[in-house]
Design a binder for this molecule. Sequence first.
Ligand code: PYL
Length: 278
Amino acid sequence: MSRLTPQDIEHVKAMLKKHDEELRAQTGTGLLGIAAEAAGLSESQLAAMVAETRIGVVPLTTGLGIISGFSDTVQAILSFVGADAFVTAATDVAGINEAMAAGVKQIFMADDLTCSLMDLQTRCTADNGIATGRGFGAALALAAKDIKGKKVVVLGAGPVGRSAVYFFLSKGAEVVLYDKNPVCLARMKDVPGVTLAADGSEALAAGNLYFEATTARDTITMADMSEDTIASAPGIPLGISDDAMKKYGQQVIQDPLELGVASMLSCLLAKAAGKALK
Ligand code: PYL
């Protein structure tokens, strides 16, 4: 998982409404609706569950330390989808204590390796990588109207890519998967419904629904895209080339944190309500 920079997220808060409108134009629903789809909930079910939250976002100074603007941006995203969320004034253990004293039901924390939303009552957790795979997967499925029986190309077999693969399979799609790391790829070789590609070009030639979850640039170029392409691209940095974005950017679903955080919330609330995420 790439570590975000302050520059990656500096415009997120101010652009939340505009991004929600962009997502609605691309998928037929906004951030809340996509997050609901990611967790197998209806939008109204999720809205009712979100209204009962109280989330403490606790900044952590471990490892490479605080990312300027990260906790505030997480809080803004959670609030945008209707959660009662606040950033603790203290960091680390003091921040956790502050959240407990404030009567939180959930706590959001992220160190350099793991980003998690935890439910104190049920002890359920939602992981950013897994939720991001489901959230961007749901966005692609919604944008494509129906992916049942269709081929979805997944580039990247890390935690985000693998989570998306299982989401696409649960929706009846077939998956063509490529990762430049043969060990990552081999982990998926016996999964029914998954075909492993020999390289990125072979994968991209298999269909026009793309899921890009690598840490490389230019994995998808102008030659790979057309008016029929829909791409969902959580990978940081963006894997779609600049010239392809200029021509086909409207067909690309991407953001640095919004879909992942909203989907962490929906997946956590679904799990806390006893719903198994298929
Ligand atoms: C959760 C994000 C999504 C993409 N990359 C992940 C990342 O940047 N993780 C590191 C988060 C560190 C946060 C820091 C703070 O400000 O509390 N510990």
